[in-house]
Write a protein of this length. Structure first.
Length: 255
């Protein structure tokens, strides 16, 4: 099992001195997004970001688990995006909270799980189903060693395989928040309908001929049985007719 590590993106930011809602609205109209940096021993810092630049980063995978380098008036600041506020009508980002990353700091965040080599899994080839129990795993990480994703290799895994957190190699000093149990991340479950291997053409043809012969014999037997029953029915009817004629003759003689 492998894992990928964080790649730091850099984006320009500007210190903002907005004091009213009107100031913030004006900032957004001009194409900027207000944001704030908090954490560490320094004071909270109000900044603004170019909407286009930050949207490009947000649209990338795992934005909330990537450290970003903000260039604020020439000074570099490492931060971790913690929350995005969205406009309920336009669905555009209107505010972002950043956590300041300081040396030696530890952060808790959810890291997505990625599955690879699905086509090489024995169980999936046999019709099994990948049952994903956790698409993200909450980890406690040093700020300098945050994985962007946990990669699970499905190569050669068969039906019944259970992938637990202990089978994923985590970076140094990175631990799952859930402690005390080896929780399951995913399993390869048996299919609802088991696929049987296809039979060779010769066997299928011979088997079809045997089935056809058996069905023909059954039909012939049913036809013969039907004819016998019909003959018996006719005999019974003939007997009844004879009895009726005799009764009539007897009645005529008495008269």
């Amino acid at each position: 099992m492998l894992q990928s590590f964080v790649f730091m993106s850099t984006i320009e930011a500007t210190i903002r001195n907005t004091k009213t809602k009107g100031d913030i609205s004006s900032l957004r109209i001009k194409g900027s997004i207000p944001a704030i940096i908090y954490g560490g021993s320094e004071k909270n810092q109000k900044i603004s970001l170019g909407k286009k630049n930050i949207k490009n980063l947000i649209e990338k995978k795992n934005f909330l688990s990537n450290i970003i380098s903000l260039s604020i008036d020439g000074k570099s600041e490492s931060v971790l995006p913690k929350e995005i506020v969205w406009d309920p009508i336009t669905d555009e980002p209107i505010h972002i909270d950043f956590l300041r990353i300081v040396k030696g700091a530890t952060v808790v965040l959810e890291i997505p799980v990625k599955f690879i080599n699905n086509d090489k899994s024995l169980g999936l080839k046999r019709g099994g189903v990948l049952n994903i129990v956790r698409r993200k795993v909450e980890l406690k990480c040093p700020a300098a060693n945050i994985p962007t994703e946990l990669v699970v290799d499905l190569d050669n895994l068969d039906i019944g395989a259970s992938i637990k957190i202990s089978s994923i190699n985590l970076p140094e000093n990175v631990f799952p928040v859930i402690q005390g149990r080896d929780f399951v991340v995913a399993t390869i479950a048996a299919p609802t309908i088991i696929k049987e291997p296809e039979k060779p053409a010769e066997e299928t043809t011979e088997e079809g001929a045997e089935v056809a012969a058996e069905e023909g014999a059954e039909v012939a037997a049913e036809d013969a049985e039907g004819e016998e029953k019909a003959a018996e029915g006719e005999k019974k009817e003939a007997g009844k007719e004879g009895e009726k004629k005799e009764d009539k003759k007897g009645s005529a003689k008495k008269k």
